[in-house]
Design a protein around this ligand. Structure first.
Ligand SMILES: Nc1ncnc2c1ncn2[C@@H]1O[C@H](COP(=O)(O)OP(=O)(O)OP(=O)(O)O)[C@@H](O)[C@H]1O
Ligand SMILES: [Mg+2]
Length: 227
């Protein structure tokens, strides 16, 4: 798969721009604050449904306009895929011109890996950064994983709400198990997907690292889960 072109309309500092890419390596260069990262951001939003720089979609709209439209066309082995999004009051996605009901539908249509200087933090920042990285990667490969994550978060939220009710409204602790059971069940599935992914990249990383540095490496997924 490769991205053939991207059309930007009122996206960040671009008013109207069409960018064509080569099938192989593309190098985007220019002075500071010219919009290089903005191009990568537009590809990221078309692939994962949200930006890696902001949670506020409105920030993506050009400051002097009130809407933004982006279209990305990629070539797959046997077909072309067009992902489009529009931001006005809300953000809307289209897959091959058909409106998508849920943002998550576009995930996995184009596989992307973003690596910026900040991503070095995956190694030494807090664990949530590593989990975020894993979540982005696995969601693209395994669509069901996104559902597991949102289900997990929903149950966690409910459990936290119930904990508050225990504290402030004197509700019984005996009912906590309802959420605990769910959390364990879904958490275990999430764990399995993460473990599978780490094992997969371990092998690739081992070969590449050995070839380039002569050293052996190993990536280990440490989890508190004990089966
Ligand atoms: N919503 C917006 N409307 C208009 N311009 C914007 C908007 N958001 C960001 N910009 C402009 O985009 C530019 C920054 O773009 P970007 O981060 O892509 O730069 P860059 O080329 O990657 O620079 P660097 O080399 O420093 O990384 C800035 O000039 C900023 O003012
Ligand atoms: Mg930049």
């Amino acid at each position: 798969m490769y991205i053939e072109k991207i059309k930007l309309e009122n996206f960040r500092n671009y008013e109207k721009e069409e960018i064509k890419f080569d099938k192989n390596i593309n190098i985007i260069y220019g002075d500071n604050a010219q919009g290089k990262t903005n191009i990568l951001e537009s590809i990221f939003v078309c692939s994962l449904g949200k930006s890696f720089r902001t949670n506020k979609d409105k920030e993506l709209i050009n400051k002097n306009k009130n809407y933004s439209k982006v279209e990305m066309i990629s070539q797959k082995k046997d077909r072309e895929v067009k992902i489009k999004f529009e931001i006005q009051e809300k953000k809307k996605f289209f897959i091959n011109d058909i409106p998508s009901k849920r943002t998550s539908e576009i995930i996995g249509k184009n596989y992307i890996v973003l690596f910026t200087p900040d991503d070095i933090g995956i190694l030494n920042n807090e664990p949530s950064k590593r989990r975020r990285f894993l979540n982005i990667m696995i969601s693209q490969l395994r669509p069901i994983y996104i559902n597991l994550l949102s289900e997990y978060n929903k149950i966690l939220e409910q459990r936290n709400y119930y904990l508050k009710q225990i504290k402030y409204e004197g509700k019984s602790k005996d009912n906590l198990y309802i959420w605990d059971e769910q959390i364990v069940k879904i958490g275990l599935k999430i764990y399995e997907y993460r473990k599978e992914f780490i094992e997969k990249i371990n092998k690739k990383m081992f070969d590449i690292h050995l070839k380039t540095t002569g050293e052996e490496t190993k990536l280990k997924y440490k989890s508190n889960i004990r089966k």
